[in-house]
Structures are given as C-alpha cells and as structure tokens.
Design a protein around this ligand. Structure first.
Ligand SMILES: [Zn+2]
Length: 385
C-alpha cells in the first residue's frame, strides 16, 4: 500500500504540496497533486472531503497518483490542501468504533463481522448470526463502552508480512509491497487497515446500538458513535421537550398518551362515520319529499357522502333527479348528478360544463370533480332545462 500523510497522522488537517496539473473535465476540474493529505477512501471508509487551493473537492479519482475533481481551476505550483475536518473526525470515530465492535463481538461473544458500512447517517456491521438477542446486545454495548471508559490507546504501525500471522487480517485497499499497516487497540485488537482512526478510544465518547435487521441468516447491526450519538441524543431530547408541550405529560407517559390519542381518534372516526350516514339519510329523505327535482350544496364532504344522500333519496322516491355538490377548497370540490338514466344523460353534459367539471359514471349516475362550484345556482337551473 502507498502510505499517505493521513496514514502517519490522522490528525493532520493541512498539507503544503504542489499542483502538477489542472485540466477542465466533464464534472469539474481534474487536478493531479504531488502529495495529498486527503484519505482516498477504502476499507469501508468513504473518501475525505476538503479543499485544494480553496477549490472544493468533488471526487477522488486515483489514490496512488493523487488525482481529484474540484469545482474551480487551481494554478499549477505550490498549494495548500485542507481536510474537511468535521467529516474526517466523524469518519475516524465511526471507523475506530467499528474496529472495537468487531473485536469485542468476536473475542467475547463469538460473533464474527462479515461486512462494515460507514453510511452518511449511521454505520453498521454485519454479524454472522441470525439474531442478536437483547441480553447479548446489552452485553456487547456494556463491553464496548467499558473499553471507551478505559481510554485505551489506538496505534497504527507498519509490519512486515512475516509478522502478519498474529493479526486479524482484512483486505487492504490497493496493492501492497510487503509492508502492512496494523491498527492496534491496546489489549483488545490488532487489525490490518488503511483507514483513519482516533488515537485513543476516549475520543469515541460512546457507542449506541440503535437497530438491527435480521435477514438471510445474518444480522445488520446499526450504531452511532461519538458526535453522531451525541447529536442523536440532542435531537431526541429536543423532540421529547416538544412532545411534553404537545401531550402535556412527562416523557415516560408519552407512549401511553399517544396510544390513547390514536384509540380516541379511531373511535371518533367510527362515530363520525355513523353520524355522516345518519345525516345522509336525513338529507336524502328531505330532498325526496321536496319534489321530483332537487339540489343540495354542502360546504364539505366527498363523493361517498353525496352518493349516500342520493341513495337515501332514491330509496324514498325512485324518480327523483338530483344535483349534489360538496365544496372542498375555494370553488373546487365534487359533484354528483343522480336520477333516472335518461334524465341524467340529458342534463349531465351541460351541468358539468357549467361547473367547470369533469367526470363520468354509469346509467343514472354522473360524478366527478368541479372547479366552479360558485356556479351551482346556474347549474341547478339546468336540471329542469
Ligand atoms: Zn480501520
């Protein structure tokens, strides 16, 4: 593997080097550098972000002969390369946390890691087990966080292949020349790795396991470390404070309060539906009693409600011809024409046009959406035209 300054010192945030070439490309300017401080990506860890002579790095193309795509041209010659430190340190925390989780899970719980993903929001390891039961997860959590409290040093050093037998092997990014880089958590783990790591487990602050997915005989265990765990705690605390205000009860009572509200809403929905049915029958019977032709314009409701009114009217008086509308927003809403099939066919096109409506139906029913329910009185006159 080619050793970069970020391998020797993950805390180096800036490097003075040289731009060897800068050419315009399809997605920005392609820059070749003499050297770099930006981690090129690999081993599950994404590439660093940063700037080269103030131009923002958009992509890393080649690690061994450092080549980048940046958003602005940079002159050939001396240049400062700066690491996006917030992103780098976050990756150092997540990556070191993965070493720790993988090592403890294997050594103390017999669970082997088969994959690692450092995602933008949360990271995961895939463990070779169908499920991690709650007591095992609690044990793993207690053990990794105890190691963090013990503030164990983390060191990276180079070894020869002859010394390799003693370390947990992982594939390295790119070719290597017989020299390997080993990352050691004192007393816990030695692992070949080309990534960037914190110098002491204390810098992880904490690891929080947040979810597991069990699929195809393996477990994908999601976790947050360091700044991500603290940010998640802050966000959860803010949401909790908001819920205290909304629900007007202590956080411990929130689940019960929400369950109660959901049940209440369900019950009320059922009551409302029963009342709407009663109202539809009442209105339908009134229309039927008033005459062979009738109209009703409601401030709310939907086509189901209008149909229920029409059915109730027709049950009382089969020859009734009705125009029913329900306003939703402004002059827009739903309309329904119901009655004897020939009468509906005769009046529907003109009424739909008057209401700025579109729709369809079946013999005896024409329904749809209208945009000009403010024209309801004019449309109503068309029933008897
Ligand atoms: Zn690593």
């Amino acid at each position: 593997m080619k050793l970069l300054p970020c391998h020797a010192d993950s805390y180096q945030r800036r490097l003075d080097t040289e731009v060897l070439a800068c050419e315009p490309g399809p997605s920005g300017f392609r820059i070749t550098l003499a050297d770099t401080v930006l981690y090129p990506g690999g081993g599950g860890q994404p590439a660093d972000g940063g700037t080269i002579g103030g131009a923002r790095v958009l992509d890393v193309i080649e690690a061994d002969a450092p080549t980048y795509v940046v958003d602005a041209p940079v002159p050939v010659g001396p240049v400062a390369v700066e690491v996006d430190w917030a992103r780098r340190f976050d990756h150092m925390q997540q990556h070191t946390a993965q070493h720790l989780i993988t090592a403890i899970a294997l050594r103390d719980l017999g669970l082997a890691t088969t994959a690692f993903h450092l995602n933008p929001e949360r990271s995961d390891v895939v463990l070779a087990t169908p499920v991690v039961p709650p007591d095992v997860l609690a044990d793993l959590s207690a053990r990794v966080n105890a190691a963090i409290r013990a503030a164990l040093p983390v060191r990276a050093r180079l070894i020869t292949e002859a010394e390799l037998a003693e370390v947990r092997f992982r594939r390295l990014p790119g070719e290597h020349d017989g020299t390997l880089r080993v990352v050691e958590i004192e007393g816990v783990d030695r692992n070949t790795c080309g990534g960037t790591h914190v110098a002491n487990l204390a810098e992880l602050q904490l690891i929080s396991f947040i979810a597991q997915e069990n699929r195809q005989g393996v477990t994908r265990l999601h976790w947050l470390a360091g700044g991500r765990a603290l940010a998640a705690l802050d966000a959860a605390t803010a949401r909790e404070a908001e819920l205290v205000g909304l629900l007007r009860c202590a956080p411990a009572e929130h689940p019960a309060a929400v369950a109660r509200l959901l049940q209440q809403s369900k019950d009320q929905g059922r009551d409302l539906k029963a009342q709407a049915t009663e109202l539809a029958v009442f209105l339908g019977e009134q229309l039927a009693a008033a005459g062979p032709v009738g109209a009703l314009h409601r401030p709310g409701g939907d086509l189901a409600f209008l149909n229920a009114i029409a059915r109730a009217a027709q049950a009382r008086r089969p020859d009734v011809l009705l125009l029913l509308t329900a306003r939703a927003e402004g002059p827009a809403g739903a309309f329904l024409i119901a009655g004897p099939a020939d009468a509906v066919a005769r009046v529907a096109p003109a009424i739909a046009t008057a209401l700025g409506g579109q729709g369809g139906g079946r013999p005896g029913v024409f329904q749809g959406k209208a945009t000009r329910l403010d024209q309801a009185a004019a449309a109503e006159a068309l029933l008897t035209a």
